[in-house]
Design a protein around this ligand. Structure first.
Ligand code: 4FV
Length: 255
């Protein structure tokens, strides 16, 4: 997969995208991340990318034309161009299912905003999707772009060595992940749950699924509406709800 990023700060991308699975995926040619400098698509000697807002008000707005020229160049270079994303707090919330849908595309372009935002016509003319990584305000779209490259890149087949670990990711079945433990078996009076030391794989699977449900019910009940639950999970969820309602709160879960 090829991911093109357009930004006025190309220098912030090396580092985060060179390390770990993304870095290895790029080295192995499974993932191609190309970072473009937006100023390269300006047409004045001051390489202007922003102007005061029509209608007045504080701050500056990013001009449309440099983004339009940049995406033209990306499309020429990318061969089979895919969707265009514009990172902004006004966007739809980025999720694992959205990352999965993007990871099967041949190419993706991510535009990084700065200042007060980007001229509204960029998204309209490019039919770009606005994407938000969360309800807080950053000073730029570069970190959101890295989040998207990381979340999508690691789903490209072969990028994460153990496919299983991608399959068993948080949100892979719409639930939060189960608790994880490793050596030592006992730490400061906190013992690892017996079942995990039992070697009884079915019992371990059941414990992990139930704990994932318990945690999701306590911390992110909103996820339960979308989650694909089978009969086993629905039964346990009823029991967990009854347990919760009986007031035997989940030990340790502040909910
Ligand atoms: C953001 C977010 C975000 C807002 C103004 C860039 C900044 C500046 N992007 N999810 N939250 N963007 O805060 O995606 O243009």
């Amino acid at each position: 997969m090829r991911i093109d990023v357009v930004t006025i700060f190309p220098e912030v991308f090396p580092g985060p995208l060179d390390a770990g699975v993304i870095g290895r995926g790029r080295m192995r040619g499974l993932l191609d991340v190309v970072v473009w400098d937006l100023r390269g698509f300006t047409d004045d000697r001051h390489r202007t990318v922003d102007e005061p807002p029509y209608g007045g008000g504080a701050g500056m707005v990013m001009k449309a034309e440099p983004f339009l020229r940049a995406v033209e160049a990306v499309r020429r270079a990318a061969g089979t161009p895919g969707p265009v994303l514009l990172s902004s707090p006004q966007g739809r919330r980025f999720t694992q299912p959205w990352a999965r849908r993007l990871a099967v595309m041949p190419q993706l372009t991510v535009l990084c905003g700065r200042y007060e935002g980007v001229d509204e016509r960029v998204a309209a003319i490019l039919d770009a999707d606005e994407v938000s990584i969360g309800d807080y305000v950053l000073s730029g779209g570069e970190l959101p772009a890295m989040v998207i490259v990381e979340a999508v890149g690691r789903l490209v087949p072969g990028v994460v060595g153990e496919e299983a670990s991608v399959r068993e990711d948080s949100f892979s079945d719409g639930l939060l992940d189960h608790p994880h433990y490793t050596r030592p078996a006992e730490l400061g009076g906190h013992a690892v749950p017996e079942v995990l030391l039992s070697g009884h794989h079915e019992e371990i699977r059941r414990w992990r699924r139930r704990e994932a449900l318990r945690r999701t019910l306590a911390r992110r009940p909103d996820l339960l509406y979308e989650a694909a639950l089978d009969d086993e999970a629905r039964t346990w969820l009823r029991e967990l709800r009854a347990e919760r309602d009986r007031g035997s709160a989940c030990p340790g879960d502040r909910g």
